[in-house]
Design a protein around this ligand. Structure first.
Ligand SMILES: [Zn+2]
Length: 465
């Protein structure tokens, strides 16, 4: 099967030009101006005149079917990757979870079984480590060699995921030997739990209490701490879902002094705010950790993206229905499942707020949604690029079409949208995964099980920092 995408504006992290793309099978065969005129033939020709042609977006942070707080994140690998595809995302990196007392292997096998045969687009895994001990440290080496080179640890959620500083440091030392990457959820969970309990006992039971208790200073402190530990171990470190100026200041200072500190932020920290946690229990729709911050953090985070102190935007997609799931926290904000839906909306929100909003160029947009995650997570140039030989994960993107985000029309399996009623400019018209059209003008044309596990290698973090 040969597909020719003609006359589109090719946008990559490096630049823009009008050209044609020829796909042969699953890969990009040729890129050049005037291929059709030069006699190149194909089984299908897609006219992309006036459209952007971009590498499929990569969401480096999702939680399909994650067990949390006595329930499960609602999207499966099938519904979640399908929703992602509607939004122009053709690869997700999800988090497999090691349960306390179990092996990393058991966790990885469990998540692999959830994804394989179900995902409609490609996927890879990071590994959440709940225990750091001699056995799991040895297992890290095996996972790196099997294409799962990233390990997430937490300074939050005492009794569930929290690792103490010694455990974090030991895991970091292990990556100094095996080349892997430590990813950190950096919030001081011990201090947060004390403030959360005091907040609740003082009578604040509504979701706003969640935002008030998880102070930005607790994120800044933990961010600095884990970066310093990584410096001592001589390894890179990646801060997930950075939400505040306090945490960004620590990453910026670390990068300025030459350390290999990397960080992502998420759309919810650029477009939503602490105010959304108000309005009584409705605020439960916006409960995630770290929490939404006051609006005066937005400009700082955008500056971080412009100056590359933040390298990419991922979603932390972790959807719970308002009815029946978020409601577990009625009367006690500490029991609201933490997480927001977003895998479908990221590309359009960043196009609208970033490119149309005049904050970033189309090239930087492509970089933060696709190319940077491909590079940092060991998939470049197979993913995140439009180059000969790369996987033909391609989005024909209309930069002018407007649509309104709504739970009534989105494809995520969740009963509300954080962006309900918001009008955005830009949308994915045609989405290809390894040469196959999986979304065409609002219709799903892919199939369950098309998605493959992407075996990844550690990146060259020295060169990327
Ligand atoms: Zn997460």
């Amino acid at each position: 099967m040969r597909t020719l995408i003609s006359n589109g504006t090719i946008v990559t992290a490096e630049g823009r030009s009008v050209a044609d793309v020829l796909i042969d099978g699953e890969a990009i065969a040729t890129i050049g101006a005037g291929l059709a005129e030069a006699g190149v033939t194909a089984d299908e020709t897609i006219d992309a005149t006036g459209k952007f042609v971009i590498p499929g977006a990569i969401d480096a942070h999702t939680h399909m079917e994650l067990p949390f707080g006595g329930t499960f994140a609602k999207d499966t690998f099938e519904s979640g990757t399908r929703a992602a595809a509607f939004g122009g995302t053709t690869t997700i990196l999800d988090f497999a979870v090691q349960s306390r007392g179990a092996s990393l292997r058991e966790g990885l096998d469990t998540w692999m079984a959830k994804a394989e045969g179900n995902a409609v687009a490609d996927f890879g895994f990071h590994m959440i480590m709940s225990d750091v001990n001699d056995d799991t440290l040895r297992e890290m080496d095996t996972l790196v060699s099997e294409g799962v080179p990233d390990f997430k640890l937490f300074t939050a959620y005492p009794g569930v995921f929290l690792s103490d500083d010694g455990a974090i440091f030991r895991a970091m030392q292990q990556t100094a030997k095996n080349g892997g990457l430590i990813m950190m959820h950096a919030e001081n969970g011990l201090a947060i739990d004390i403030v959360a309990n005091q907040t609740f006992e003082a009578g604040t039971t509504e979701p706003m209490g969640h935002g008030l208790a998880r102070k930005a200073v607790f994120e800044g402190e933990a961010t600095n701490r884990v970066i310093r530990l990584a410096e001592a171990a001589g390894v890179p470190v990646y801060i997930v879902h950075l939400s505040s100026k306090e945490a960004l200041a620590e990453v910026r200072a670390a990068r300025d002094r030459g350390s290999m500190a990397f960080a992502e932020t998420c759309p919810q920290y650029l477009f939503l705010s602490l105010d959304d946690l108000g309005n009584g229990f409705e605020g439960a729709k916006f409960v995630c950790s770290p929490p939404l911050r006051p609006k005066d953090h937005w400009d700082e985070l955008w500056t971080g993206l412009v100056k590359d102190d933040l390298q990419l935007v991922a979603t932390d997609h972790c959807p719970f229905d308002f009815h029946g799931q978020k409601e577990l926290g009625r009367g006690d904000f500490r029991k609201v499942p933490n997480g927001l839906p977003g895998v479908e909306d990221r590309v359009d929100l960043l196009h609208d707020g970033g490119v149309v909003g005049g904050r970033i160029t189309p090239e930087r947009w492509v970089e933060i949604i696709s190319t940077a995650p491909a590079k940092l997570f060991g998939m470049y140039p197979r993913k995140g690029s439009l180059t000969v030989g790369a996987d033909a994960d391609i989005v024909i993107y209309d930069p002018n079409r407007r649509h309104t985000i709504s739970a009534a029309t989105h494809h995520m399996d969740v009963d509300y949208s954080c962006y309900e009623g918001r009008s955005v400019q830009g949308g994915s018209d045609i989405v290809l995964s390894r040469g196959t059209v999986i979304v065409r003008n609002g219709e799903f044309t892919g199939r369950k099980g098309h998605g493959r596990f992407i075996k990844r290698a550690p990146a060259d973090y020295v060169r990327l920092s």
